[in-house]
Design a protein. Structure first.
Length: 430
């Protein structure tokens, strides 16, 4: 049977104030009288009664007893004595709870003496009862449920894969049938130190650096000619008119300096597939060369189908808009749009995928030692990660477009076995 809801608890509270029997309240909410009785006793709110001088005796307030300790000539009331605890000596000491709390409805909500009673009291308040029940349920779920041999097997399965740099979502997608706990519980076990790996091995657990203060954008930058009629607002208007058009996000990844090799990344938003091309530098003419290369691989018509709309940022490497949008002989091949300045959140999918690149190629590491074969290997591992947004499939498995599949084959891209995915710097030993 499902747990009681706040609506059920409000009905119980109303029934108590109407002085209904527990079986009548139970019928109204479709439960048994035993269920209602247990609910009230478990989730009632206790109110502490009077404690004159810190004593919990029912007679403490009016007690005038003296000399319980046996001292002759003592005129101090025993309840106020700091030398002896009268509760241990007095025969009249009584701290029994009120008899009302031991019989239905087990609370003082309707007791006529509740405002003047000095004993410990209990009230049933629906919202507080609901909060107490949820807190108790949460606490019970937070305890480690997997123990002994089962926990050891879980550790042996998950730990080596995490140490390879695989995200938990990827591990869960591949081995969910072998893991007896939920993905969220697996995160919690790692957080509690139950497994051999810890939070330090989960990249997303590391604290983000404080965001830098947003710089003011100069008017000159906003008026760059290559952005004209291609801003983010223009992109939104175009997509509103053409909602079924596939979107490709484009960006570059730098090494340790502005000069030297750079990665050009193209991200297909519908499947999370990402192409990675190693360029000799980050100049605008070099980016145009890559577009010409892809056009020659696919042919103009297929290029138009694969890259109908491209959204990118305002980097100087993308300023040759006309050359990117058209072939050398002047034929249209794509449409380029630009995000607002300093608004990388407008192309979040490719920014997220860049995190996977940085797992293997940290910031500050030069790209000069690497070849296109190395970058293709990295792309294969990234594109083999299973994604929750794709129904626990990898981008390779989610890609069905024949033109993209042909492009992947031409670029040497292929799937990697789920357990062999490696997102550590050891993948590329340079």
């Amino acid at each position: 049977m499902s747990r009681l809801t706040l609506r059920d608890r409000i009905a119980i509270e109303c029934g108590i104030y109407r002085k209904l029997q527990l079986n009548e309240i139970a019928r109204k909410i479709g439960r048994t009288p035993a269920c209602v009785s247990k609910e009230i006793r478990n989730n009632r709110t206790m109110a502490r009664g009077d404690r004159p001088c810190g004593k919990d005796c029912r007679f403490a307030k009016e007690c005038q007893t003296k000399g319980v300790c046996g001292k002759e000539g003592c005129r101090k009331r025993c309840i106020c004595c700091s030398d002896y605890d009268c509760r241990e000596l007095c025969k009249r000491y009584n701290n029994d709870p009120c008899s009302i709390l031991s019989k239905p409805p087990y609370v003082c909500n309707t007791c006529i003496r509740r405002r003047t009673c000095r004993a410990d009291r209990a009230y049933y308040i629906a919202q507080q009862a609901d909060a107490a029940a949820k807190r108790r349920y949460s606490d019970s779920r937070s305890k480690i449920q997997t123990r002994g041999e089962d926990l050891e097997k879980l550790d042996q399965l998950v730990t080596p894969l995490i140490l390879k740099g695989q995200p938990l979502t990827h591990i869960w997608s591949e081995h969910g049938d072998q893991i007896s706990i939920s993905q969220r519980t697996l995160y919690r076990y790692i957080d509690q130190g139950v497994l051999s790996v810890g939070n330090i091995d989960l990249r997303r657990k590391a604290a983000y650096k404080p965001r830098k203060k947003k710089k003011e954008v100069s008017e000159g930058f906003l008026n760059q000619e290559f952005r004209k009629n291609r801003g983010y607002d223009d992109y939104l208007k175009y997509m509103e008119k053409n909602p079924d058009t596939p979107i490709v996000q484009m960006d570059t990844v730098k090494g340790c300096r502005e000069q030297g090799k750079r990665l050009l990344t193209l991200h297909f938003c519908n499947t999370n597939m990402m192409l990675m091309i190693l360029m000799r530098d980050g100049k605008a003419d070099t980016v145009v060369e890559q577009f010409d290369l892809l056009t020659s691989l696919l042919g103009l018509e297929e290029f138009r189908g694969v890259f109908p709309v491209i959204l990118t940022d305002n980097g100087s490497e993308f300023k040759h808009t006309w050359a990117l949008e058209t072939t050398p002989d002047g034929k249209k091949r794509t449409r380029i749009f630009y995000c607002d300045p300093q608004a990388s959140w407008q192309k979040p999918q490719i920014e997220k995928n860049h995190e996977f690149i940085r797992y293997v190629l940290p910031k500050g590491k030069s790209l000069n030692p690497y070849t296109q074969e190395d970058i293709t290997l990295l792309a294969n591992h990234i594109n083999s990660i299973r994604r929750e947004s794709l129904g626990n499939r990898s981008p390779y498995e989610a890609t069905t477009d024949k033109s993209i599949l042909r492009l992947m084959e031409l670029m040497g891209l292929h799937s990697v076995s789920a357990d062999e995915v490696n997102l550590k710097p050891t993948l590329l030993k340079h």
